[in-house]
Design a binder for this molecule. Structure first.
Ligand SMILES: [Zn+2]
Length: 110
């Protein structure tokens, strides 16, 4: 099955051939076609769906339990989040950066 972006797509307003571009949104690179004349953009439907999935996941609030393990505390990161990140990154590092962002907030950087 061929990708729709392999076809020639004309701008609906100018009838000119649209060119592949990358649109960056919240850390996402979305494949798109753009018209140089009027700035019309078409985001690739697959990327648009993925972005919508991300928005839904972002809205979710997970309750996870703090567990005492050895001399540290551990929390479980929901599988849903890890699976989604795995789809985005080609390979995910097992080491993550953790820092105390502010009182009451810890950030993990994958
Ligand atoms: Zn145009």
């Amino acid at each position: 099955m061929s990708d729709i972006f392999e076809n020639t797509i004309l701008c609906k307003d100018c009838q000119k051939k649209m060119q592949p571009i990358l649109v960056r949104k919240n850390g996402f690179n979305l494949r798109a076609l753009g018209c140089k004349d009027c700035n019309n953009q078409i985001i690739h439907p697959e990327d648009l769906k993925e972005y919508a999935d991300f928005q839904n996941l972002k809205k979710k609030n997970f309750k996870v339990k703090l567990r005492f393990v050895g001399n540290s505390y551990a929390v479980s990161i929901p599988r849903e989040i890890i699976d989604f990140m795995n789809e985005q990154e080609n390979e995910m590092n097992e080491m993550v950066d953790l820092s105390l962002e502010e009182i009451g907030r810890i950030s993990l950087h994958f």
